[in-house]
Design a protein. Structure first.
Length: 137
């Protein structure tokens, strides 16, 4: 699966630029209502059913918060989505986005094992993901 698929999208679209208020002093911002996008990863897993393949790998950009750590959120997402492998990127200020190197946590369905990869070039991370997938086929 591709990473960075938006969880939400604007509910309404317009064909023209949304302009600032026309009245002097009207600097109010428009309200943009969001709706949830379809969960493509969960749908693929659902359509696969009980078949052994294909191996489905999901990607998750995660942050820790007061409720759980990055890995706890990642494990919950792995269970919720049902994919075989979840590649968890810890994102935040000065992490992941726009960087040449990255660190990920590879989580495997049905296992408590965590494989940490990085900091490394993204090609090295891709190779580690393929190596893990190869053990599943």
């Amino acid at each position: 699966m591709a990473a960075a698929v938006a969880d939400f999208r604007p509910a309404d679209y317009v064909d023209t630029k949304i302009k600032k208020g026309m009245a002097p002093g009207d600097d109010s911002a428009p309200e943009i209502r969001l709706v949830r996008n379809p969960d493509i990863l969960a749908e693929l897993v659902r359509h696969r059913g009980d078949a052994a393949g294909p191996v489905i790998v999901g990607f998750a950009a995660e942050t820790g918060d007061a409720k759980a750590s990055v890995l706890e959120h990642g494990r919950a997402k792995l269970e919720r989505k049902g994919c075989d492998v979840l590649v968890v990127n810890e994102v935040g200020s000065d992490r992941t986005f726009g960087k040449d190197e990255n660190t990920v946590h590879l989580l495997l369905q049905g296992s408590s094992r965590v494989e940490d990869v990085g900091p490394a070039d993204k090609r090295v991370i891709a190779d580690a993901i393929w190596d893990l997938v190869e053990t599943l086929v």
